[in-house]
Design a protein around this ligand. Sequence first.
Ligand code: SF4
Length: 302
Amino acid sequence: MEHVRYSGQHLCSTHFQEFVEYRVKRDLRKQGPFKDAKIAVALSGGKDSCVTLKLLKETFRDNPRVTIEAILVDEGIEGYRDQTIPLARDVCERFGVPLHISSYKDAVGLTMDELVKRNPLSLPCTYCGVLRRRALNTTAKRIGATHLATGHNLDDTAQTILMNQVRGDVERLARLGPHKRVQPGLVPRILPLRSIPEREVALYAFLTGLPVHHGDCPHSSEATRGKYRELLLKLEADEPGTRHALVAGYDRMAEVLAGAFKSAELAACATCGEPTQHGRCKACLLIDEIVAKDPARSATES
Ligand code: SF4
């Protein structure tokens, strides 16, 4: 029996699963419409993305105008990503979903482990995030996806909103998904789990026999996010419903923010062709920086 504190309900396993599914479908209705859509799920093999894939596949089971595929970005992190890839493959097989894998090694010529060795002073998540966004967008476009679904849950969403509010970064707040506006060259994001707390996603995954991978990325440098995570969990314990209130408040502001910050003019990156506000995209600039730090290259040049 699950006690849902913020709603005061005690739910058995069946009703708990229905409770999760109902809210995801309700959110998808708000984030749609999905007509003649191909939704690419950003799949890592972790609980959030596996639950996202399952729920999307089941929601659109009887709709021939919506297809679901999956994209996995293989950063090349030994002891971490190599453990989740088989889980992702299994889930795709179970739900009959085609899986596309895009690796940093193919795109940049280096794995994340190798990149970290070359950049011991930089925060790995900063450049990993940039490379992953590009890999997801280029692969989603290559397979003809109309939407990109990510596994961000309620905790992730509330943390991102709070972090940007504390920093006063209103422009970034205006750009957060789910995206209603379609910008040329960018596949719009949807977030089916944005109303579901992380703990409930984990329980749902467990109850429905989906993988729950407990390993952490060895390069994780998201200390700031961790602070907000702790803070929100404390607030939630004192005031159940805090995370929902934060996201609902943001949703009421989102339209005003979208009106205040028009979409930036995007052009194709001179190197890779991905959309950018500048001549070259952030990922290409990062790659240049990393190549410049290549010890073998420095030795040859000196
Ligand atoms: Fe990349 Fe950071 Fe995630 Fe590891 S924790 S996969 S370095 S973004």
